[in-house]
Design a protein around this ligand. Structure first.
Ligand SMILES: Nc1ncnc2c1ncn2[C@@H]1O[C@H](COP(=O)(O)OP(=O)(O)OP(=O)(O)O)[C@@H](O)[C@H]1O
Length: 231
């Protein structure tokens, strides 16, 4: 991926420390990353190496100690909180290890949820879009089921449909397959591959599973506070 291609996400010289009394814990020291359209990037690293911290910074959910982050051409530090929220709603999606679906709502209602916040979108448009995404993740037949009536892999696919329903440019995933068996995890990763092409969505995925990380376009290891490209 060359830098002449427009970045969906770019960070330079990113650093993050936590002050703990007189102690300073330097978690990230010099992180540089460029993610292009439809690119799927895995971040691996040992427990405590700073993977979740990095995702939080890249999504604008925490502030770096120093360095620069640009998301879809916007420098996060230069934006007010309200604009950052708008940027997240319009351009970013999130999938976590535990799907965070709302238990009292159906799969279709869960996937529709992010669009209900949008102005100028009719109920019919929302339903059509949510159904399109449920179809894309192979779950249209389960649209009326509540999360408790779905398997772990199906719930995670609903969570992916929900993250993609707003047509984000970039989806962050934190251990999205961490609680799934290897076969189901592999299917979820296969799905990401087809969705990244179909919807021109980039993915940044934190995972402990090297086998699955290898299915991404590039794998980075977070080590001693910096990202190293895993050959
Ligand atoms: N708010 C905080 N205040 C102080 N220290 C923190 C804070 N958040 C994270 N840390 C520390 O920063 C380091 C990195 O944490 P982080 O959660 O990013 O690691 P990780 O690579 O995601 O780990 P895991 O794979 O176990 O989830 C850890 O030593 C953690 O204790």
């Amino acid at each position: 991926m060359t830098e002449s291609i427009k970045a969906v996400l770019e960070c330079k010289a990113l650093a993050k420390s936590f002050e703990e009394g007189p102690e300073k814990l330097e978690v990230l020291k010099d992180v540089n990353l460029f993610v292009g359209p439809s690119e799927r990037v895995a971040v691996v690293g040992s427990s405590g190496s700073g993977k979740t911290t990095l995702l939080q910074l890249l999504a604008g959910l925490d502030h770096p100690s120093s360095g620069e982050i640009r998301v879809c051409g916007h420098e996060l530090a230069a934006m007010k909180d309200a604009h950052q929220n708008e940027l997240r709603n319009r351009h970013l999606g999130f999938v976590y290890q535990f799907h965070h679906l709302l238990p009292e709502f159906t799969a279709l209602e869960n996937v529709s949820m992010p669009l209900l916040l949008r102005k100028n979108t009719s109920i019919k448009q929302i339903k059509d879009k949510a159904e399109e995404l449920l179809d894309a993740v192979g779950l249209i037949a389960r649209a009326r089921h509540k999360p408790a009536e779905l398997s772990g892999g199906e719930r995670q696919r609903v969570a992916i449909a929900r993250a993609l329903v707003t047509e984000p440019d970039l989806v962050f995933m934190d251990e999205p397959t961490g609680n799934l068996d290897p076969n189901t995890a592999e299917k979820v990763h296969g799905l990401m591959q087809s969705l990244s092409q179909e919807f021109t969505t980039s993915f940044i995925v934190v995972t402990h599973d090297m086998r699955l990380a290898r299915q991404m376009d590039r794998v980075f290891r977070l080590e001693s506070g910096t990202l190293i490209l895993d050959p």
